[in-house]
Design a protein around this ligand. Sequence first.
Ligand code: NCD
Length: 318
Amino acid sequence: MTRDPEAPAFPHPHLLGIEGLYPWEISCLLDEAEQWVEAGRRARKHDGRLAGLTQINAFFENSTRTLLSFEIAGKRLGADVVNLAAGSSSLKKGETLLDTALTLNAMRPDVIVIRHESSGAVALIAEKVDCPVLNAGDGRHEHPTQALLDALTIRRRKGRIEGLRVAICGDILHSRVARSNFHLLTALGAEVRAVAPPTLMPAFVERLGATAYTDMAAGLEGADVVMMLRLQLERMEGAYVPSTREYFRAFGLTRERLRAAGPDVLVMHPGPMNRGVEIDSAVADDIQRSAITEQVEMGVAVRMACLDVLTRARRGEG
Ligand code: NCD
């Protein structure tokens, strides 16, 4: 399939996941984000193209950085941003997800950003509302803006994504970040490795085009990028690892382990980090190789790009 030059660069009404996006649609969002990286480094960061538009951030699951990032992104574009935090929502009072969707919709928002603990919940809400919906993480399913900000970070540091050897390591089974990244990185032509203990390695990794490694040293060999994932203990029922100490011994990223990777290896982590569990502090704080705070910066730029692109039709732009 090749791109239709007549069609808008990003023709979708919502951003629910990376799965199914064409490489040029992904690249379009990354290209759009570049201008917002520059704008974010200026003293005056305001743009104003979303002025008069209402953005609801409906977060039914705890979040610090993603919520803040979407709030800052919306405000820099001039939108009226309101946050609905889990604790204060009527869901806790027994309201169904669809009633919540209808309630949000009745306030006539122009864009809704949703995080929800159930896989598929965001797509369900998107069907019921009249404005673009952005998935900020649904259960174990997808977290598309995280994969986009990861890709922007890699592309800016390495100059490309195609042909890079990327090792995604840790709790892949419970990770929506990993899933979105597998889709994105394979679509853009990276060689993707999944590195995890067998209990945390889902069967789908090879179907998504990644190679599975249950040995950390082998998985890191010659890697250009190492992406570490948090052990998602809140999503585990029972024990998937003997103990966090044992886990660190076998799968924790230390300086010694990282020697197996390429000389200019880039270390990434979506946060929040558990130091001493999946990553050693010496690696996390290595300013040469760690791109962890840069990822946070790229997050705002990528979210600005997504908010802008998805609301263009409502603003009467292509
Ligand atoms: C991730 C998430 O919520 O899926 N964090 C994030 O969005 N910054 C990863 C995680 O919680 O480990």
